[in-house]
Design a protein around this ligand. Structure first.
Ligand SMILES: [Zn+2]
Length: 502
């Protein structure tokens, strides 16, 4: 009974996606269930997702036949819970869901080295990475460069790749393509009949990899947050939607000369009951964050989507930057508010509709809680600080400043000291003079700690008591519930203009 029930559910999902009538299952298939970019265990605000549901899907599949459950990177960070627990909750959740393999996502390397090593050690699943090691070049303890396993009498080879970025110095990621070549050659020599890449890189890089390396039979990928299913010479690269909104279920059958691969995207929603063990882990960790922050509740409504992706906040004015800096100014009475974009950690668009206090908390994921200090600057010094935010080394990165109370234009191609073009103006349009005294609110990382290359001795007095300064999340919630009347509407743009050089 159990078997046919499981096949009924899956058959429906698979053939439903492909638009085909139900087909008999292939004989002795190998199955992969793949998720990626999973930052939270719980069901999402819109009712979709939830690792406990994926775990149920995994159990149903396993009841039918061998299934390899994998995660293609980005799991330990960032999230509201990871701010406090550094991914411990995610490892426990993945253990309960009986994950088989994971590879590193770029966000794994945001947590300190010893914490990462502890998370790997606590994992009941295997970590595989063919291109990322300790800075010394030695593999992280317990991490495999590749692995083989025998399923349905066939030898499967699996390797892992992660995109290269500017990581902390404890990690070294070599060129993914060269690492893939070594891994694939080795797996082929070991007699792997079917070779699958678990990758965390762009879909373009995945396609190029498939095109270059014909021994790779399948890529289960991540890093993009939207589902993909693309083919190169008949071989698939698939990705699921982030946060378990969907999972990719891939059925493989045939022989090494003629593999048949059938991916199906399975939406994760309320039709899948929660797996008890995984749900228990989820609930326990949610309880501990509730003890810290109080219950999750709706605190605002967004009238339109609010742009909060890094690619936008780090090189120009963005709606979330406007709203947060307005909140800094409103709550502190400052003339000007500044926020380094690197402090904003959501890296997502906030959809129109209800917004919870936890979403607003999730904007600020650093241990200092992005507290906000207030100090006095001259107009000349403000201009210097703005210059640093638009320097070539800052634009596109964390130092770029979101602002409130001022408007200016910049041209990064100009020489240092002249990148701010024309006057810096107050909100009412008056130009700020060099000798003007301005009350400025800014978060502690750049203002007090030299973070992102800022040097602001004028803030030293305020920084001496930064631990009692208001939290950015509290300022934002007070601003939203007070002056904004519960409506988060993206303000009209116009504070930061890009000027074209002469
Ligand atoms: Zn990623």
């Amino acid at each position: 009974m159990k078997r046919s029930f499981a096949w009924g559910v899956l058959g429906l999902a698979v053939t439903g996606c492909l638009g085909l009538p139900p087909a008999p299952p292939p004989t002795n298939p190998i199955r992969f269930l793949s998720i990626n970019d999973v930052y939270v265990l719980d069901t999402l605000a819109d009712g979709t997702g939830g690792l406990a549901r994926v775990a149920t899907l995994r159990s149903r599949l396993a009841a039918v036949g061998p299934t390899i459950f994998v995660l293609a990177g980005d799991v330990l960070s960032p999230s509201l819970l990871s701010k406090y627990y550094s991914g411990r909750q995610m490892v426990e959740g993945m253990n309960a869901a009986r994950l088989d393999y994971a590879t590193f996502g770029n966000h794994e390397f945001e947590i300190p080295r010893d914490t990462l090593v502890a998370r790997i050690a606590a994992s009941k699943f295997k970590w595989v990475s063919s291109n990322c090691t300790e800075g010394t070049g030695r593999p992280f303890p317990g991490v495999l460069p590749w692995d083989t396993l025998t399923v349905q009498g066939r030898k499967i080879g699996i390797f892992g790749l992660t995109i290269r970025e500017q990581y902390r110095s404890y990690v070294r990621c070599t060129d993914p393509d060269s690492a893939a070549r070594v891994a694939v050659d080795t797996l082929a020599k070991l007699g792997a009949e079917f070779i699958v890449g678990l990758t965390h890189q762009t879909i373009g890089a995945d396609r190029a990899l498939l095109a270059r390396d014909t021994l790779i039979d399948l890529i289960l990928g991540g890093h993009e947050h939207e589902a993909h299913d693309e083919t190169v010479d008949g071989r698939h690269v698939v990705k699921a939607d982030a946060n378990s909104r969907s999972a990719q279920f891939v059925t493989v059958w045939g022989t090494r000369d003629h593999w048949r691969v059938a991916p199906a995207l399975i939406r994760i929603g309320g039709d899948l009951p929660a797996d008890t063990a995984t749900q228990a882990v989820t609930a326990r960790w949610e309880d501990s964050v509730r003890r810290r922050l109080g219950p999750e509740r709706v605190v605002a409504t967004a009238s339109a989507p609010i742009e909060a992706r890094d690619i936008r906040t780090r090189r120009g004015e963005a709606a979330i930057g406007d709203l947060v800096t307005d909140a800094f100014r409103s709550g502190t009475g400052a003339d000007v508010a500044l926020l380094n974009a690197g402090t904003l950690r959501l890296d997502d668009v906030i959809e129109a509709g209800p917004i919870s206090n936890y979403t607003l908390e999730s904007l600020f994921l650093f241990a200092d809680e992005a507290r906000v200090v207030t100090f006095t600057l001259t107009g000349a010094r403000l201009r210097e600080i703005l210059e640093h935010g638009v320097a070539p080394g800052s634009l596109g990165g964390g130092p770029f400043l979101q602002v409130s109370g001022i408007a200016f234009a910049f041209d990064s191609s100009r020489a240092g000291g002249s990148r701010i073009v024309g006057p810096v103006r107050r909100a009412d349009g008056r130009a700020i003079e060099a000798g003007d005294q301005l009350k400025v609110a800014m978060d502690v990382y750049p203002a007090c700690e030299g973070g992102d290359g800022y040097r602001i001795p004028e803030a030293a007095g305020a920084c001496a008591t930064w631990q009692t300064a208001p939290r950015a999340a509290d300022l934002l919630m007070a601003y939203v519930s007070g002056p904004l009347g519960g409506k988060m509407t993206p303000p009209a743009a116009g504070r930061i203009q890009t000027a074209t050089g002469p």
